[in-house]
Unconditional design. Structure first.
Length: 231
């Protein structure tokens, strides 16, 4: 097969170009693919050609998910922005879900320590809610999109909802302690993603939020321990 013929077909066929880019992206040995189709000279620049094809495919895949009007420019690579958004958006959903769970317990608190627990959970809820806007806007700064609806939050959240009619005060505090502890661990995992892609700004935000989350865990733990010792 002559290269002139291949070049003519290449220029005239969008389907062929799309097929080759896809094959180079998927094929672990792109040079073997070229030899199979009898166009070995095209493989002289491989694996660089395959790398570019894979990168182009990933960028195209990412950009088709985002409306051009929302594609904020960033010096981070598109795949880095995508990976960070995929790590942060579930945290946004978790923050909304944990906020509502904390307010649920705040509203339905009972017992002899009602005032102290009621005010403690109100303080915690305010701190959690403050995370949502900061994290969501950070995702938008990277040119990705964040949560759009309650439905999307429910699909992304890892926080367990509690729809029970009545929960004892200590069960509420113990549940929130475990939720905050798990939330801190998930923030730490997202921090590792940011470190991998050298996103120091998002990592810096997460460091502060991890500290705040650990503070809530600490206060809840001591409150539960104090209540159990006083029984």
């Amino acid at each position: 097969m002559s290269l002139r013929y291949v070049a003519t077909v290449w220029r005239s066929s969008f389907v062929l170009r799309s097929f080759v880019v896809l094959m180079l992206f998927l094929c672990p040995k792109p040079a073997e693919l070229c030899k199979y189709f009898g166009v070995w000279p095209l493989a002289r620049d491989l694996p660089a050609t395959a790398f570019v094809a894979r990168a182009s495919y990933k960028c195209m895949q990412l950009r088709t998910r985002i409306h051009p009007a929302l594609a904020t420019p960033s010096d981070l690579a598109p795949e880095a922005a995508e990976a960070i958004a995929d790590a942060i958006n579930p945290l946004v959903a978790d923050a909304f879900a944990l906020y509502l769970k904390t307010k649920n317990y705040h509203w339905h608190m009972s017992g002899s320590h009602y005032r102290d627990y009621h005010l403690l959970l109100d303080e915690h809820a305010d701190a959690i809610f403050a995370m949502t806007d900061v994290l969501a806007e950070r995702v938008r700064k990277l040119g990705a999109t964040t949560v759009h609806s309650i439905g999307e939050i429910s699909r992304l959240q890892r926080v367990r909802d509690d729809d029970r009619e009545f929960v004892t005060p200590l069960d509420m505090l113990g549940d929130l302690m475990e939720e905050n502890k798990a939330f801190a661990a998930r923030q730490r995992a997202a921090h590792r993603v940011c470190d991998e892609h050298e996103d120091v700004a998002t990592a810096s935000l997460l460091e502060n939020f991890i500290d705040e989350t650990e503070r809530r865990t600490w206060f809840l733990y001591e409150t539960v321990q104090g209540a159990e010792r006083s029984r």
